[in-house]
Design a protein around this ligand. Structure first.
Ligand SMILES: C[S@@+](CC[C@H](N)C(=O)[O-])C[C@H]1O[C@@H](n2cnc3c(N)ncnc32)[C@H](O)[C@@H]1O
Length: 279
């Protein structure tokens, strides 16, 4: 069954339908030149789960992983990458590297002393360029596999009484605050549904330093044009925009988030069903 799952994942990848590949298309729709990005994969595993989907679409790739038993597969799957075996939380504090794209494929659970991506803040800002994209794994709502330790960490991180079902705008407010405290601003964001069973998603945050440290700072384009390029979805934010507390960007992201809960291509669904069935 493991082989079936791998085959389905490979088929999905070959068709360009994986959530990661679709996230990269979303970025290009937003005028981000993905081929120019220096990327960091903070949690590497073997690279098979999603790093393979974008490894050849970026200008450079560095991958970190704590488990030395993954190193051989990691190097075989991603021959173009610079691989570091060690604790990513420590590496964030000491690496001299700076990246345009920070991909945080965190476990969506408590692992060791850590939970999800929560302890990466604020150190993750150390390795971000003045204009960067941060991709996080976020838990779906409601999260189907809660345990008490996980819920307690979510309660504290998102400052919510509903850690099992954190409202999306509460999440965004949390990241906005963290960014602000780290000297960055949230320029735009969107989500892309990742798993059928657990409803986990990518949260893609375009961040910019409030006062650039780098004199050659060139901001990436805003997504102004992108909105005009995807008029078929324009009616969705238009429905949510009138809600008093939402600006257009939030309305747009919320409605994309809602649409992603339903729009799910066949191959992705089969791959997910295979994994639910324990393949
Ligand atoms: C969801 S997997 C990553 C999948 C990977 N991005 C891919 O494309 O195949 C999470 C990985 O994080 C690693 N990990 C957990 N804690 C870590 C830490 N403190 N430092 C580095 N890696 C860690 C785990 O060993 C695991 O391989």
């Amino acid at each position: 069954m493991f082989i079936v799952k791998r085959l389905l994942w490979s088929l999905r990848r070959a068709l360009g339908l994986s959530p990661t590949q679709r996230t990269f298309k979303d970025l290009r729709t937003r005028n981000v030149r993905t081929g120019d990005l220096a990327a960091l994969e903070v949690f590497g595993h073997t690279g098979f789960l999603h790093t393979l989907d974008y490894a050849r679409k970026v200008s450079s790739l560095e991958v970190w992983e704590i488990d030395a038993t993954k190193e051989r597969d990691l190097r075989r799957n991603l021959p173009q990458a610079k691989v570091k075996i060690g604790d990513s939380f420590d590496e964030l504090k000491r690496t001299p590297g700076r990246f345009d794209l920070l991909v945080v494929d965190n476990p969506v659970q408590v692992y060791g002393d850590h939970c999800e991506h929560f302890d990466l803040f604020p150190d993750i800002f150390r390795v971000a360029k003045d204009s960067s994209i941060l991709i996080l794994n976020i838990a779906g709502n409601p999260w189907p596999r809660p345990d008490e330790a996980h819920l307690a960490r979510r309660r504290a991180f998102y400052k919510t009484d509903h850690p099992e079902n954190v409202p999306f705008d509460r999440m965004i407010a949390t990241y906005r605050n963290l960014l602000h405290a780290g000297g960055f601003e949230l320029e735009w964001f969107f989500t892309r549904r990742r798993t059928w069973a657990t409803r986990a998603s990518y949260l893609v945050l375009k961040i910019g330093r409030k006062e650039p440290l780098d004199s050659s700072f060139k901001p990436m384009p805003s997504n102004e044009g992108a909105r005009r390029k995807v008029p078929r979805r324009a009616f969705l934010p238009a429905l949510t925009y009138p809600l008093p507390h939402l600006d257009w960007e939030s309305a747009e992201a919320l409605s994309y988030h809602a649409a992603d809960q339903r729009v799910y291509p066949f191959v992705e669904m089969f791959a997910e069903l295979a994994s639910v069935a324990g393949c």
